[in-house]
Design a protein around this ligand. Structure first.
Ligand SMILES: [Zn+2]
Length: 217
């Protein structure tokens, strides 16, 4: 296995939590406005499916189309704001060592794996349901999601496909909450397309709080 590079804590922040998410595992948390979350692809070539919701009103959840329109781009990069259903700026990507995170490929599901690969397998959709249930949400709350570290190039005449993952061991993406949000991930268990290099691997999740917020806690 390739060795992950150690990334530094964002300037002005302190680390408050670290979670290792197993291959095919999931994670979810409330993230307060101003806090940041870092996802690190520890071994490389590992898709992290991601959704976020306003903690005040979970109907206001990540909206892929709104995000693409405001970014005037299909891909997510540093500076991209993740907009909600009601055009609320929910989160912002503040740093990334891997370019062009995906907005259009969606998540894997038992049904799609059966349709495409003839196999019923564990899926990101099941992981999302597991995490969302902790926050009182369910199937109706799963929408088109972000895929960090996943490459879905769009070619002439709109041709698209999940391509070889571009991320290397230690690649990371930092996302800041612009208001209180619920964020959930599925560490994709996909073995039948290149999203996880045909070999799902662990990722880490680190939470950071602004140093100046210490007195208020
Ligand atoms: Zn998946």
């Amino acid at each position: 296995m390739a060795k992950a590079k150690k990334q530094s804590v964002p300037k002005g922040y302190r680390q408050t939590a670290t979670v290792l998410v197993d291959p095919g595992g999931s994670w979810g948390s409330l993230i307060r406005a101003g806090e940041r979350v870092r996802f690190t692809d520890l071994e490389g070539r590992q898709a992290v499916d991601f959704l976020c919701y306003s903690a005040l009103d979970t109907r206001d959840r990540y909206n892929a189309a709104n995000t693409m329109k405001m970014a005037e781009n299909l891909f997510i990069n540093p500076g991209t704001v993740l907009y909600g259903e009601y055009a609320t700026p929910l989160m912002k990507v503040t740093a990334s060592s891997c370019p062009d995170h995906d907005t259009i490929g969606g998540c894997c599901s038992v049904e799609m794996n059966q349709l495409r690969y003839g196999r019923r397998t564990h899926s990101c959709r099941a992981n999302f349901l597991h995490e969302l249930s902790k926050f009182g949400m369910g199937e109706a709350d799963i929408v088109a999601n972000v895929n960090f570290f996943m490459s879905v190039p769009v070619g002439p005449r709109g041709r698209m496909a999940i391509a070889d993952s571009p991320s290397k061991a230690g690649d990371f993406v930092d996302v800041e909450a612009l208001e209180d949000v619920v964020a959930v991930i599925s560490n994709c268990p996909q073995k039948y397309n290149p999203a996880c290099g045909y070999n799902p691997s662990p990722v880490s999740v680190e939470l950071y709080a602004p140093q100046r917020s210490r007195a208020r806690r």
